[in-house]
Write a protein that binds this ligand. Sequence first.
Ligand SMILES: [Zn+2]
Length: 470
Amino acid sequence: MKKFTGAVCAALLMLGLSATPAMAQTASAALPTFPVTLNGVVMEQQYAQYPLLVYKDITYVPMTWEETRLLGLETSYTQVDGLDVYKAAIVKEQAVLQGEYEPYTVTKANDKKHQAVVATGKIAVNHKSIDNGSEEYPLLLYRDITYFPLTWRFAVDEFGWDYTFDHTNGLVITPKATPTIANPPVNATQDVVGKKVIVNGSNVYLREAAGTGSEVTPFAVITDEQTGVKYPLADYELMPDMAIIDADLHMSAPKGLTSASGIDALTHALEAYASMLATDYTDGLALRSLKLVFENLPKCYDNGPNEPRARENMANAATMAGMAFANAFLGVCHSMAHKLGAFHHLPHGVANAILLPYIIEFNSGVTLIGRSQKEYPSCVRKYCNLARILGVSNMNEVTTIRALISYLHFLNAEMGIPSKVSEACSTLTKEDYEAAVESMAEAALRDGCTATNPRIPMKHEIMDIYRKIW
Ligand SMILES: [Zn+2]
């Protein structure tokens, strides 16, 4: 479930601690010459944009979003209080992290030696302020990122991690997972917002990446980690009393996550807008969400860490799309994407991205070579309206829908999303895929999202779409 996991993420501290160049105290650091394993992940140094550094024989770790969640650290920064690095309420388990850890990389190998500077400004560790300038192992700044020293004092005494160093395995640090989640909503919220919020056991949802919108929906998915089977849950009891949408948590989300979750949000809004249960209320949310996605997703993908406004707009867009589909529900794009995920482990956002242009073609009956018709299904008017708002409208219904479809293909290609399942699943053979098409189609028909699709699909039609996207 998406609930509460946001507590372990932290934003890139790019803005926080700007050392004054004239007064900056430099620190000559080097890449580690020994292996370093953080929470079960062996850290790659040569091509890391923010490699680990060694200064005065102490290993330093960059406080990026990826690395902080490896260690279960949380950071906060305000102009008044400065920087605080502290232990998060929840530490992610290794099995979850290994699939998700996706650090920034560079194409040119890193030099062995690096010049960092000592971070200035107010700094606290675990809410206790330190005088960084006179620390033996101060926090450093390198490539505009704050680096945290993995000293015994911090790692063991403050955070209580397992800490070993030997000549075979190098440095191995394992944060201890919180064994039970005792009343997590209260604690998690207090940690993230950094101040007391009295929520008295209410559900408070936090979101890690702009996309799912699940923090404002009655839907959740639980994955059985042993079998990989996903169990969808749908109940209005899952609706939160409060959702915290903080774009700071998305600033350093990697490109793959940004594009896939962004297209997922787009699909939520588009399917909610075309849904059989759409109302004026959900349409308003869906249309605004779509406009924000189209205007901001490419910026977040191209230059995410430096586009705070675009990240904020995407965060809002994803939540508005969530509010729209919490009430209007979705369509057959999601039904089919769920089965691509279940049968072939295709990531949810990528599956939606591949399917969506074909679903619009199917729902509208407008193909690349078809002629205009006297009457169209009602969703055609909605797709055309949407295309007009997005500025991709054209002469008539047919050419406008073609323009919308081709724009979606273009958006996928711009963000490096595969256009076919065969591209996305390199180890899957055509024969194995074909063998599963009928079962996938039957399961997609039974999926809860199919009921609100604007056109009722037949099994053979779903099978056709699965074959088209191979
Ligand atoms: Zn989705």
